[in-house]
Structures are given as C-alpha cells and as structure tokens.
Design a protein around this ligand. Structure first.
Ligand code: SAM
Length: 350
C-alpha cells in the first residue's frame, strides 16, 4: 500500500508543471526522487527537510503554514495525506486560497486513511471538477479550483496554540500537529513523579538539562525552574512552536529550543537528559529510532551525568543501551512503562 502511494506520488511529481508546492511529512522517504523543477517543498519534520535540502530541493521546515503564500499563486498543490485529520482539513482549506483559478490539488492516500472522504470534502471546498485514479486501495485524486465554497472544513483551528489545563495540573499551550497534543502522556507523568529519586536531586533540577524529544515541553516544565540551563529539542515543527510558547509564558528566558533529529544538531554536554522517546514514525514502527535517541544521549551526556528515559514496558531499552553506557538501571516499572537510568557513557565518538 505505502509503495503504491509513493509510486503515484513520484509519477505526479515527474509531470512538467508550473509553479507547485509539495507538502511532505514523516510518511515521505527523504530519497524518493531527485529535485524537480518548479517545486517548492514544505514539511513539518526537521530530519526530512534537512535531508531534502542536502539533495538540492527547495525545502522549508514549517508547521504546514501556507500563510506566506499569496492567494491564487500556485498551479498545483501535491499532498500524500497525513494521519491527522486536522492537518488534512487545514491544507484542503488553504488549497482553496493559494491555488490559481483552475489550479489543482492532488491528494494521494489509501481508503483506510480516509482518502475517499477527503476527496469528496476537497471537491466541496474547491468547487471544481474531481478525477479519481485508483490502484488497489490507493487513490490519486485531482480536484480543480472552481467556485470555492466559503465554508471551511473543520481543522480544529490547526495553526493556533490553545490552552490545555489538565485536572490538578498547570496550564500548557499546545496545538494539533504534535504528538498527544491534548493529553499528558502517562509515561511522562510517571517519569516526573520519579525524577527526584532517579537523579538524587529534589525538584526543580539543577545543572545543564536537556529535554530530548520535548513535544510541548511537559518534562522540562515540570522538572526545571525558570533559571535552569535548559535545552529542549524536537524534530516536529509544531512541537518546537508549542514548546517555545510554553517556555516564554513561564519566563524561561534562557532556555533554548532547537530543531534536531534525536539531538544530532546539539553541541556540548548535559548533566541530566530527560527523554520519552517516540515509538511510531509515520505509518510504520521504526525500531532504530530508539537506537538513534540512545546514541545521541551517549554523545550528549556528561560523564558524571544521568539520562532518565521512560519507555513502554516491552521496549528492550536496557539491552539497546548496552555498549553505550556503563551503568544501566531499571528504576521502576509500573506494568505499562519502565523508567531507565543511564550513566557513564562509554566509547563516546570524538
Ligand atoms: C513520546 S513523545 C514525548 C513528548 C514529550 N517529551 C512529553 O513527555 O510529553 C516523543 C517526542 O519525540 C519527538 N520526535 C519524534 N521523532 C524525533 C526525532 N527524530 N528527533 C527528535 N524528536 C523526535 C516527537 O515529535 C515527540 O514530541
């Protein structure tokens, strides 16, 4: 299924068109095809955008923000649909604004991902013709811009940050487009409860602290005081925006928020690393993502520091950490999540 969708996408991108925009996310492999003329790329994943730029694509990291594109400026918008409905609706809404008269929105996706419904909604919003090409369960849909319907699809106000106030907890700013944007991750809450015991320090933590895969900043905000030497990093554009906003709202003026792939663009070392690593990448389960986080944690942890990880119970983090840290200790296991403490990084790359 994934291959069929990508084949259709490549076929589409190889068409010699006028000015067009290709929207990419974690479902697009970085080496899908060589740079194409007249094609600008925007996407919400730092690792993907960096890799595409290195190949020569004109690519920009963005939380699917098309606001800098003038109205009626594009001939085509090409998009293999994302997992999150709010993102798809937001981009269909924007297509009606940025496409020229008779411009086309190309949507590619599987029936199981809702492509049939998206095709119908896109035609309703754009008001032009609709053409469907099917290969098995995968559809390529071409919708042209006619008399656009002024009614917007419900995108949950995708671009906007909003307040999120969990019971008995502090207020956070968050938005759709980032992992678990409207909940507190239970694993992360378990980690915060145990941080003092894991680090041997009362909260707020002291020292140079890294929140690796920060999301909207839950771990950092609960572990640190405003004066902390804090760095937060994530791969996802929405997470970087939300985390920065939360830190600003709490006057964490010295904290840095940096885009990276599992911390790879960070320099220096940290006394404490906090991490709830991602498990799913796009439509697949990417085992080596955990390895990438562990290798970067080794590189970034001070020799006297402590990395505190929380993972689903079935992830063999202790085994994966062998050879990277001399001291690996499962601090607690609540039947769903385990907390693993890593110390003394070994064989650090120079
Ligand atoms: C399980 S969430 C944890 C979020 C947050 N720390 C919390 O505790 O709520 C994992 C985070 O890792 C981020 N992530 C996924 N892949 C990444 C990568 N390659 N590099 C950096 N961060 C990544 C996701 O965007 C997400 O914010």
């Amino acid at each position: 299924m994934a291959d069929t969708a990508l084949n259709l996408l490549v076929e589409e991108l190889r068409q010699p068109d006028g000015r067009r925009l290709w929207i990419v996310d974690e479902n697009i492999p970085p080496q899908l095809l060589p740079p194409q003329p007249n094609t600008q790329v925007i996407g919400n994943r730092f690792d993907l955008i960096r890799a595409m730029r290195q190949q020569g694509w004109n690519a920009e990291l963005s939380d699917f923000d098309l606001s800098q594109w003038p109205a009626s400026s594009l001939e085509k918008l090409i998009y293999r649909v994302s997992k999150e409905k709010a993102v798809v609706h937001h981009l269909i809404n924007e297509a009606a604004r940025v496409l020229r008269p008779d411009g086309e929105l190309i949507l590619i996706g599987d029936k199981g991902e809702g492509i049939k419904t998206y095709a119908r909604k896109a035609q309703q919003r754009l008001g032009g013709s609709k053409e469907e090409q099917k290969q098995g369960s995968v559809w390529r849909v071409t919708v042209s811009l006619g008399e656009a319907d002024s009614a917007l699809l419900d995108d949950q106000d995708y671009p906007l940050l909003r307040d999120f106030q969990p019971a008995d907890a502090e207020l956070y700013l968050t938005k759709p487009g980032l992992f678990g944007w409207n909940k507190i991750d239970r694993g992360s809450a378990f980690l915060v409860e145990n941080l003092a015991a894991m680090t041997g320090q009362a909260l707020p933590l002291e020292g140079r602290i890294l929140d690796l895969g920060c999301g909207f900043g839950y771990l950092a905000l609960n572990a640190c005081a405003t004066s902390a030497a804090l760095t937060c990093t994530d791969n996802n554009a929405a997470a970087l925006i939300a985390c920065r906003a939360n830190l600003n709202a709490r006057q964490f003026t010295q904290a840095e928020v940096i885009a990276s792939d599992a911390g790879d663009s960070l320099e220096g070392t940290f006394d404490i690393i906090l991490c709830n690593p991602p498990f799913h990448a796009g439509f697949g389960v990417e085992g080596d993502l955990t390895d990438r986080f562990l290798r970067q944690a080794r590189r970034l942890l001070d020799s006297n520091g402590t990395a505190c990880f929380v993972v689903n119970q079935h992830i063999p983090l202790e085994r994966k950490a062998r050879g990277l840290f001399a001291r690996i200790h499962c601090h607690a296991d609540n039947g769903h999540f385990k907390l693993v403490q890593l110390k003394e990084p070994v064989n650090k790359p120079q």
